[in-house]
Ligand binder design. Sequence first.
Ligand SMILES: *Cc1c(COP(=O)(O)O)cnc(C)c1O
Length: 382
Amino acid sequence: MEQRLLTPGPTPLPPQVREALARPIIHHRTSQFQQVIKESEQGLKEIFQTKNDVFILASSGTGAMEAAVANLLSPGDKAITIQGGKFGERWTELCKAYKAVPIVVDVTWGKAIDPKLIAEKLAADKDIKAVFATLTETSTGVDTDIKALGEVVRNTSACLVVDAISGLGAVDIQTDNWGVDVVVSGSQKGLMLPPGLGLISVSPKAMKLVAESKSPRYYFDLKAAKKALDKTDTPWTPAIGLMIALNESINLMKKEGLQNIFKRCKLEGEAIRQAAKALGFTVFADPNCMSNAVTAINVPAGLDGELMVKTMKDKYGVTIAGGQAELKGKVFRAAHMGYINKEDIIFALSTMETVLDEMGYFTQHPDIKKGAGVSAAKKVLG
Ligand SMILES: *Cc1c(COP(=O)(O)O)cnc(C)c1O
């Protein structure tokens, strides 16, 4: 049975990436690999929309988040963490792990942060070193207005740090234009690779904090990463195969064009949302902040959402995600990022309707016809 992943990480691999991953390994301390580093660096700068260095770590996305916290903060430093879901909470936990002092700004799950709140907190305390935000909160399907946050943070002494692990390559983030100091990402979402690369871009303003930080670090020391990158090298053995494959996905992204990718992800998201509506479902996120990378849909009363997700996967090979943490059993989530195309979306919706039918959903809701979701999605996708 063909397997289709519509999960917000990992995402499917394009054939060009799979081919690159099947090549023989090369050695990393060679001019051949230096060419790979140069190409990745240049390509990532375009995707991150920055002139800053982008460091490529051998880790999952959380490793790059940890690198951000360990390198920017010292024990006792204050930092704002914006918490509107499971991944926002990770910033808080990381700050605590490094004995920094998180000033937690809780946002109701499914809603967007009001940048004014951050402006007030920064004005009230000039010692705040950093503001930690999330571009796409994957647990709730909310996109944060990073441009607005940038306006609030850029003229203060604090650095703006954004977790764009699922957002990068799906949702616009103009790192330099919007004054974002640190952008963190991972390979297995919008970048169409297997997990294993952690990426982090660092502005000169943030590099000052890196130089000052007294936090313990070794593997994730960005001073070592910087020293190596300046010589087109890496401090440790890099994830050679993944970096070679990264250059294939960068080429694919350049060919499609960043703006076209954003448009496609948005359109696919809209198709899923319209299909949900036609099936009598509602979207978890507020309309003003619905993500263009992942959509969380409320499980309607009377439906076993977890059974629906499980049946789609086990019986039909279509994997979507359930809810995480407090949303477990309450939502299901579908990704529309990376190498997920219109046909995948239609196929997944059609499978969902088949399973809903088997579960008696259309008998319980005689006003909703099987096929309504697919036809609403097709209308959007054209
Ligand atoms: C997936 C994800 C992470 C975690 O990344 P790992 O690669 O699992 O470490 C962090 N933040 C967001 C927003 C994510 O979507």
